[in-house]
Design a protein around this ligand. Structure first.
Ligand SMILES: Nc1nc2c(ncn2[C@@H]2O[C@H](COP(=O)(O)OP(=O)(O)OP(=O)(O)O)[C@@H](O)[C@H]2O)c(=O)[nH]1
Length: 388
């Protein structure tokens, strides 16, 4: 039954590995680890194949079992971005094989075998627990997974200690109370641990998809949806702090000509470069978005017109600097931007109104000859109408 569960979970984890984004690593190690557990169970079922052959089969089964549990540890470490401890994996395996081999072929002792196996396996579990504690996010999925690994560590350690000092275990077929409990729950734990890992992986998938839905795929800055979320938060702060919030609407000049003469691919590289250059000029508390096409929007919280104007001019200057193209030594086509600037002081004004004012200023900059900054009226006409 436990082999069936491990086999089924191995397939689930492998399927997840094939379909989840590449940022989620470790699923393949867990899938492989579970498959090894299935193989170990199959080998154990052949342990009564004669005195010597039986012992060889048991040694092989223990070896495969250690690989399986060790591979799950590697999977968890890779998942949390840690460097996988392959050396620990190999040392534990080598010590395990030496100890278990000794207790099988030189001095036949079942309790020593169980104790060695339990302590070595608990090293793998402790190492996973450490990775989760150090790198796990504060979320139910992590707590659940960590609790399962902790429980398993304690169970395995207790098993080893009871065997060594409690004299509980002398025969696999006649186990004591704790060992019976261990054998009964271990099948279920294989399933639960795999589910626990799948839970943290699914949680990470959710976070990645949420982040992707707010980012522009080409430039990796915010898209309109992500920008609207950020604006809502900044506006709420504006309502509390009675501060300024300034928006820059930035549009490349004659971008169609760049596309026409250099190709769409170079046009894309120009857009990516513009996003990078603007991002470098901004503070970490500022926000940059691409609203499709060649239009970028910047939100400067706690910033009045004067400072925003200097930010806009720095952006213009930085964009004019030559940038390396696709081929080494080649340069991206030179370009300029026009910028419309609108400052929000009234917390009642909304995103559409602020955008409309910034865009109007942008059109004025375009009409005025491009490569320039224009400042919008203090308040949108619509707002003035409401007040009148
Ligand atoms: N390479 C590339 N081009 C894009 C993308 N989105 C829109 N464009 C192009 O951007 C160009 C925008 O052209 P226009 O709206 O005429 O603007 P412009 O040529 O910059 O002229 P002005 O804004 O008036 O200075 C069009 O040729 C679009 O095809 C994109 O994601 N990548």
């Amino acid at each position: 039954m436990s082999s069936l569960m491990a086999g089924a979970m191995s397939i689930v984890l492998f399927a997840a590995h094939r379909s989840f984004p590449s940022e989620i690593q470790g699923l393949q190690h867990w899938a492989g680890g579970l498959l090894l557990l299935v193989m170990a169970a199959l080998l154990y079922s052949a342990r009564n194949s004669g005195p010597i052959l039986g012992d060889i089969v048991v040694l092989m089964a223990n070896s495969v079992l250690l690989w399986g549990i060790g591979l799950a540890m590697i999977g968890t470490q890779v998942f949390y971005g840690q460097r996988p401890q392959w050396r620990l994996f190999h040392v534990v395996w080598a010590v395990g094989m030496a100890g278990i081999g000794y207790s099988l072929f030189i001095e036949s002792d079942f309790t020593i075998r169980v104790a060695i196996f339990s302590f070595l396996v608990s090293i793998f579990y402790c190492s996973q627990l450490w990775a989760i504690i150090r790198h796990g996010e504060s979320h139910f999925s992590t707590t659940f997974f960590a609790a399962l690994i902790l429980f398993q560590t304690l169970v395995v350690l207790t098993r080893g200690l009871l065997v060594l000092f409690g004299g509980e275990y002398t025969d696999l077929m006649r186990p004591g109370y704790f060992q019976s409990l261990y054998l009964a729950t271990s099948n279920f734990m294989v399933l639960l641990l795999a589910v626990g890992f799948m839970t943290v992986a699914t949680r990470r998938l959710q976070a990645i998809l949420e982040r992707r839905s707010t980012l522009d795929p080409l430039t990796q800055v915010l898209n309109r949806r992500g920008f609207a979320d950020i604006y809502a938060k900044e506006r709420a702060l504006l309502q509390r702090n009675c501060d300024h919030l300034t928006m820059l609407s930035i549009d490349l000049d004659f971008f169609k000509a760049i596309n026409d003469s250099h190709g769409h691919l170079t046009g894309d590289r120009v857009l990516i470069n513009i996003a990078k250059v603007i991002g470098k000029v901004l503070r970490t508390s500022d926000h940059l978005a691409r609203f499709g096409g060649e239009e970028f929007v910047v939100l400067l919280p706690g910033t009045g017109i004067e400072r925003a104007l200097s930010v806009a001019e720095r952006i213009q200057g930085a964009i004019k600097l030559p940038c390396e193209g696709i081929k080494k030594g080649s340069l991206l086509p030179a370009c300029t931007v026009s910028i419309g600037l609108a400052c929000q002081m009234d917390a009642e004004e909304d995103l559409d109104s602020l955008l409309m004012r910034a865009d109007k200023a942008l059109y004025a900059a375009k009409d005025g000859g491009r490569d320039r900054v224009e400042i919008a009226d203090a308040l949108a006409p619509a707002m003035r109408a409401v007040r009148a």
